[in-house]
Design a protein around this ligand. Sequence first.
Ligand SMILES: NC(=O)c1ccc[n+]([C@@H]2O[C@H](COP(=O)([O-])OP(=O)(O)OC[C@H]3O[C@@H](n4cnc5c(N)ncnc54)[C@H](OP(=O)(O)O)[C@@H]3O)[C@@H](O)[C@H]2O)c1
Length: 289
Amino acid sequence: MTTIAVTAATGQLGRLVVAALLDRGVEPGSIVAAVRTPEKAADLAALGVDVREADYTRPDTLVAALQGVDRVLVISSDQIGDRAASQANVVAAAEQAGVALLAYTSILNADSTAMLLAADHRATEARLRESDLPVVLLRNGWYTENYTGQLATTLEHGLVGASGDGRVQVAPRKDFAEAAAIVLTGDGHEGRTYELAGDDELSMPELATLFADATGREVAYQDVPVPVLAEILAGAGLPAPLNEILADSSAGVGRGELQNGSGDLARLLGRPTTPAVDTVREAAAAVAV
Ligand SMILES: NC(=O)c1ccc[n+]([C@@H]2O[C@H](COP(=O)([O-])OP(=O)(O)OC[C@H]3O[C@@H](n4cnc5c(N)ncnc54)[C@H](OP(=O)(O)O)[C@@H]3O)[C@@H](O)[C@H]2O)c1
């Protein structure tokens, strides 16, 4: 029996990966939800999933959590700009456990992108290259939910960004989660790097039109310089340097850095990726326009 661990399994992506593993027929008892906050995983424990404490900043918890694990998905933490060292702790624990496969959720075009967001992904990829572990890199592109997640705010204030006419390839989290589950339960993925981008490609003005069509409201796209976007994000409560990193990411979209023609995501899924309009319509239904 292969034991598969998912770190950060209480996060939005992690939960979807656990669900996708269960959908693929993996027994709950063969899944380890390795989480910082076990209380948040009571529902997973109730399903029979093996919930273990695993805090990236506390190596002792990581070593214990990965004991007996064959394959592990390491989901990048949300401590953006400050996660290379803690993610290295997870790699070291996986080495100590001698896992047979480590999959890491990196960023699309990690080799070439100039986005600030990519720096700690590159550091973790470099740490993985130093390791003897069998590794597969899941270089995830942009979630559609990065845009639909704030639809209520967007309807109030408009869509604001620093992406100009640049286009971004998007797919919902569930597509990336399903691809991860396919890799974790499949064979022959060791040593591979997947550039995972949605089939759908949108500019911000096109996205504004999708929002308008789905809600019947007027939605315009306003392009602003990066420092102005950073200030807007700070005003919305994002701490520094996260506001600056996310404003820079919006400019990265403008430079086409979240596009990739590999087709890897659809190929892994064995189907086209979920169209952005579907995710936009779901979000519109949820905000009760
Ligand atoms: N591709 C994209 O468009 C995109 C967009 C946003 C984020 N991301 C990246 O993808 C990851 C997964 O996305 P998501 O939407 O699932 O994010 P999320 O819902 O914010 O979940 C982040 C997870 O990271 C966990 N975490 C944070 N610090 C940790 C630590 N020290 N030790 C262990 N776990 C820790 C959190 O644990 P708790 O539940 O205990 O808080 C949470 O479960 C994010 O963390 C981020 O790196 C990608």
